[in-house]
Design a protein around this ligand. Sequence first.
Ligand SMILES: [Fe+2]
Ligand SMILES: [Fe+2]
Length: 264
Amino acid sequence: MEVDRRAFLATLGVGALERMSPEDKAEELEHYMIHMLEEEHAEEEEPLSEDELAELQEQERTTRRGTGSLFTREGDLEPMPLNATLEDFFRLRFAPARHVLQSANHALQTGQPERTILACLLHDTVQNLIKVDHGYWGAQLFAPYVDERVSWGIQYHQALRFYPDEATGYEYPEMYNRIFGEDYVPEPYIAEAYKYCRAHKWYMESRLITVNDTYAFQDGVDVTIEPFIDIIGRHFKQPTQGLGNDNSPTAHMWRTMANPDRPL
Ligand SMILES: [Fe+2]
Ligand SMILES: [Fe+2]
């Protein structure tokens, strides 16, 4: 995907870029790219019109940047079934989920382990709930239902994005240089997380998420959830009562996504 630098900067609003930390800038860029991928007009490769820019800027002014898209999306949400499954959440709350589906598809097509495919499929879905520090939120959301290595990988992908690893083919995103300048330095907690993760025996669990991530911002590529149903069945511990009704440590997060209109 080509990012229109002017359109991206315009969504940040006047002066906002200077006030943001490097990590915030990179987060913002990722959210922007996912947002563009989710939008119909992303496929047309047309630069945003003045009106569209104004609308995006207005949205930025009236909501916190870290707000999940379920809280900013227009229109009514279809109710979730009582015994909601992960597949139901993909269909009714995460859709179109192009970025994670493309990422999991790359892992599938290149013969990576099923655990990695699942991690890729889940890695950014929490952004529908909350964007800020999404690696950490995402890891917690899924921890009760997946192999520990999957949630661990999701947690650290947030930090690993900033650190190249030639052996795995992961390069520092050129776009970070173009948009934020070459003096870009991740925040101390991200640097610490990287150091910890790099030395850990599960390092590759997280690294592979970032590798597949770079293939997952493609305009006009639609992947359905179908090829992943069996993998979900084998590796995601679907609660019989339905996600949100199972009294797990993160059931409240699923209930919030099921009904973000609940006032309290
Ligand atoms: Fe991410
Ligand atoms: Fe991602």
